[in-house]
Design a protein around this ligand. Structure first.
Ligand code: 5AD
Ligand code: SF4
Length: 442
């Protein structure tokens, strides 16, 4: 690989994808490539893509259109599509966008150097094979997008829950977990390098499990291993499926001060009828019971969620059930979406996408408005409390201001001259907005 050196990457979609880009850069840097943040300097442009909703795909397709004119001016430039869209749209991309040189799915990143070589010699480099084993466990991600304080560690890949709306089981394949000792080694190395927070990532972290000889490590056991590295290393995790958020896990969170009091538990809908059609495999009552259990064992725990508005056949009454569930839980934060039909998913095959666009929009607005009130309330409840904040950076706007997050994952700003990123500070919360807590050192 003589000519090709500089690689420019752009990442779309979820945190898993950002982690994958770090794996990609690690694989490539072992083969003589370097990253660049200047697109104009790049010999290779890689887009790591997301298929979760149609608008995510449209953004990438527009971006590719813009890149095609760069390629016209510089024919030796290589353009690659990685990730979920590569997996889902391989044939369509080949047909509609002949200027794309590489199409590489989420389980084929080890093959990238060879595929780039192939593309450089004029043949398209394509590999969209999914694997039942690949976890990239031995690859040390290049921490390109990190602040040096917080990092993400991917602990499992794939998903086989088959929620009827979701494309992930088809783009990322079967669930598989990574050996626990490789996860602990990665977290320990991060701690030694000055990092103070790791987030364990997976499409469904509660399904993590590893069996070898006599040992059987499930997610709570893994959390104990990572939290035991050092009390100064905070541990977070995402995402959990409500059907398997167990008492054992909640108790482990309660036992360790350095496991953060923050659980992301996507509910998607508050209506039993819709939950059933979504194949979520829990009911509203079950979800509320799990929330009650979290509140009982972790009274100080933030709870965040994902909500979809306007799923197939959703009635006004179903929608009201979602709003009332949001009220009942009092979510601290939510990611909220309009349902977007994904080709070839069970919902696309079996149900009609029959909620009109303007109704989806109105329902989503109602959900967002309610969540804004709930988020503000959750911040107001913090006023007067003292929280331990892990400092992440100095504010861009004012050099005296530092920012970081509480265990509950709430962004907090405060003035302090002598402290720096990576340190903990006890902060009394004085004021708030819906997005930020404002406090002072105690
Ligand atoms: N349409 C809208 N939102 C979706 N999500 C997943 N699939 C779809 C879809 N087809 C949302 C869910 C999930 C989050 C990652 O994205 O809320 O939890
Ligand atoms: Fe999609 Fe469900 Fe898997 Fe989440 S758990 S990625 S919503 S299939």
């Amino acid at each position: 690989m003589s000519k090709l050196r500089k690689v420019f990457t752009e990442t779309y979609g979820c945190q898993m994808n950002f982690s994958d880009t770090e794996i990609v850069m690690s694989v490539l840097s072992e083969h003589g490539f370097t990253g660049t943040s200047e697109i104009k300097e790049a010999d290779v442009i890689l887009l790591n893509t997301c298929s979760i909703r149609d608008n995510a795909e449209q953004r990438v397709l527009n971006r590719l259109q813009a890149l095609s004119s760069m390629k016209k001016k510089n024919p030796s430039l290589l353009i690659g599509v990685l990730g979920c869209m590569a997996e889902r749209m391989k044939s369509q991309l080949l047909e509609d966008k002949p200027y794309i040189d590489l199409i590489v799915g989420p389980d084929a990143y080890r093959d990238l150097p060879a595929l780039l070589e192939q593309a450089d010699s004029g043949q398209k480099g394509i590999n969209v094979l999914l694997s039942a084993e690949e976890t990239y466990a031995d690859i040390q991600p290049v921490r390109t997008q990190s602040d040096g304080v917080t990092a993400f560690i991917s602990i499992m890949r794939g998903c086989q829950n088959f929620c009827s709306y979701c494309v992930v089981p088809y783009t990322r394949g079967k669930e598989r977990s990574r050996a626990p000792e490789t996860i602990v080694a990665e977290a320990s190395a991060l701690f030694e390098a000055g990092y103070r927070e790791v987030t364990l990532l997976g499409q469904n972290v509660n399904s993590y499990h590893w069996e070898e000889n006599d040992s059987n490590i499930d997610f709570p056991a893994l959390m104990i291993m990572v939290a035991s590295i050092n009390p100064l290393l905070r541990v977070r995790f995402a995402t959990s499926h409500p059907k398997d958020i167990s008492d054992a896990l909640i108790k482990v969170i309660a036992r360790f001060d350095n496991i953060c009091n923050s659980i992301h538990l996507p509910v998607q809908s508050g209506s039993d009828r819709i939950l059933e059609k979504m194949n979520r495999r829990y009911t509203r009552a079950y979800y509320l019971e799990r929330i009650a259990r979290i509140r009982e064992l972790l009274p100080d725990c933030a709870i965040t969620t994902d909500i979809i508005a306007g799923f197939c056949s959703e009635t006004e009454e179903d929608h009201q059930q979602t709003l009332s569930l949001m009220q009942a839980v009092g979510f601290d934060y939510a990611f909220m979406f309009k349902y977007s039909e994904r080709p070839d998913t069970p919902a696309a095959k079996r149900f009609e996408d029959d909620v009109p666009e303007e109704i989806k929009t109105r329902r989503l607005e109602e959900i967002i408005n309610l969540q804004q009130k709930l988020s503000l309330q959750s911040h107001k409840n913090e006023i007067g409390k003292t929280r331990s904040v892990l400092i992440e950076k100095r504010s861009k706007r004012s050099a005296e201001q530092l920012s970081g997050r509480t265990s509950q994952n709430k962004m907090t700003v405060f003035p302090a001259a002598d402290l720096q990123a990576g340190q903990y500070a006890n902060i009394k919360i004085l004021r708030c907005t819906a997005a930020t807590l404002i406090g002072e050192l105690v």
